[in-house]
Design a protein around this ligand. Structure first.
Ligand code: HEC
Length: 154
């Protein structure tokens, strides 16, 4: 039951646009949440890569990491409101995110779809399907980072 709730709570509609301007506090809070969220996605991604490049993947680990990525992918719809770019503080988010919102949103949506597909494959314990879904997911990370993320070297 827990799994069903988690899946249905994933927002598949990605959006970076918000109508009302954010207070500086609210913006900084979101930037912090975004950074933590991406770091957690990065850690889960390392688990996924380790297991899914193995001949004998631990599917329990894959299932946990895939759910984590899918849940955070859903939350990421709220991580990029206008006013949370480099104009406000240190961030790896490039200004292009807010200059090309349609393209950015499309990439966010691809990521959410791929993360959900991996979550579904992993929940079935299907290693083959999980490997394929993981390969697709990795492409969506790179597609976005290529244009919209700068390296912070921290
Ligand atoms: C739609 C765009 C997008 C997608 C998709 C995306 N990222 Fe990111 N990622 C970013 C941006 C923008 C940043 C910089 C965030 C910041 O500094 O506020 C970032 C930062 C990171 C960071 C560094 C932590 C940080 O905040 O600096 C890691 C690790 C990371 N992403 C991993 C991933 C992985 C793994 C995937 C795929 C499973 C992924 N990302 C998918 C846009 C994306």
């Amino acid at each position: 039951m827990k799994f069903v709730v988690a899946v249905s709570s994933i927002a598949l509609i990605a959006s970076v646009a918000v109508a009302k301007p954010l207070s500086q506090d609210a913006a900084l809070k979101i930037m912090h949440e975004r950074h933590e969220g991406m770091e957690t996605i990065g850690k889960a991604n390392r688990d996924l890569r380790r297991e899914l490049t193995s001949d004998t993947p631990n599917m329990a680990t894959v299932k946990t990491a895939a759910s984590q990525v899918a849940n955070l992918a859903g939350k990421s719809s709220h991580w990029f409101p206008a006013g949370t770019g480099p104009e406000l503080g240190k961030t790896g988010a490039k200004p292009e995110i807010w200059q090309q919102p349609a393209d950015f949103n499309a990439k966010l949506k691809d990521f959410q779809g791929a993360a959900k597909a991996l979550q579904v494959a992993a929940a079935k314990g299907d290693a083959g399907a999980s490997k394929a879904a993981y390969a697709s997911l990795g492409k969506t990370c790179n597609a976005c980072h290529e244009t919209y993320r700068m390296d912070m070297h921290h």
